[in-house]
Ligand binder design. Structure first.
Ligand SMILES: [Zn+2]
Length: 320
């Protein structure tokens, strides 16, 4: 999914909190923004196929001027059936995107005065679920792959054993030469066997990529899958892991720090995937010039549905 234009700060998304407040003073303003994001090329009536600009009703419906049919602006979005004002949703998204490490449910509940921790937590979960676009591009070039254990103490040298109380996360990251990292992909896996690791790599990395792993046997079949597999045997090279594979080592450390600090280590294994999605969303957009851009991308994904008609889609990459 690639949009043909590059969104502009101050025009397509607010640049700061002051602009955010002045753009979204009420429900009507929030609805108009959702309308703009969902139908960037104009609305076409599904019933009579009229391109006439619809009229937005006070109840949040698009009313066709030609045939009179109506559809809800928020039908098929994550806002559908919400009982809270859209403005509170927008504030939540702004807070989650404008802070470097995101928002915690507790922080959100305090700042927005949401009635319950449960509501704040549920909203953040809903937002995390839309952070990963279906059909996103695979990683390519040189890609480091490793696994890490989340939750509980680190136990090096016991790979695949003694980990029943921890989650195993597979991490892949593009590595640039001479330095720097590209995009990341992460996924919770059941164990560190080839049956889990090889499908992970096949899912996240383009065929032909150079896959760098350590000497673990779970990666042995990668060269059969048309990857260039480079094994860094850490014990033989004598280099510690963070020198042999700096990318995944760094990502794993940052991920764990984020889970421990922002979320105080309170993420359960069953929900971990959604936090990985949020971390990935944020990491892959770390070079965005504006935090407002993250808000914009999240809004696009929160309002994107299969029902969105005539969205202009072109090939190519969408790395905003
Ligand atoms: Zn119509």
């Amino acid at each position: 999914m690639s949009i043909i234009f590059s969104p502009i700060a101050g025009i397509d998304y607010p640049r700061n909190m002051q602009e955010f407040d002045s753009w979204f003073p009420d429900e009507a303003a929030c609805r108009e923004y959702i309308f703009r994001i969902r139908w960037p090329d104009g609305f076409r009536c599904a019933k009579c196929e009229s391109f006439s600009a619809p009229w937005i009703t006070a109840r949040g419906y698009l009313h066709c001027r030609d045939c009179g049919s109506e559809i809800s602006i928020i039908a098929g979005t994550i806002f559908e059936r919400t009982h809270k004002p859209l403005r509170i949703w927008f504030q939540t998204m702004w807070l989650a995107m404008s802070q470097k490490d995101g928002a915690s449910a507790l922080g959100l509940q305090r700042v927005l005065g949401l009635g319950s921790y449960q509501t704040a937590w549920t909203w953040l979960q809903k937002l995390r679920r839309v952070m990963i676009r279906p059909g996103r591009e695979q990683l390519h070039g040189t890609v480091e792959v490793d696994e890490t254990y989340v939750g509980g103490a680190e136990r090096k040298g016991k790979r695949g054993r003694g980990t029943h109380n921890k989650a195993i996360v597979a991490i892949a990251v593009e590595v640039f030469k001479p330095k720097g990292f590209g995009r990341v992909r992460m996924q919770r896996i059941a164990d560190v066997s080839g049956a889990c690791l090889v499908p992970f790599v096949c899912n996240v990395a383009e065929v032909g990529s150079e896959i760098v792993t350590d000497g673990w046997g779970g990666y042995n079949n990668l060269s059969d899958r048309k990857y260039q597999h480079i094994k860094t045997v850490i014990s033989e090279s004598g280099d510690p892991a963070h020198i042999a594979m700096p990318g995944v080592h760094r990502i794993a450390a940052l991920l764990k720090r984020w889970l421990l600090s922002t979320h105080q280590g309170a993420v359960s294994a069953e929900h971990l995937d959604y936090y990985l999605d949020e971390y990935t969303f944020r990491f892959n957009r770390r070079k965005s010039n504006s935090r407002g851009m993250l808000f914009y991308r999240l809004m696009q994904q929160a309002t994107a549905t299969a029902a969105v008609p005539y969205r202009q889609i072109v090939g190519g990459h969408n790395k905003g």
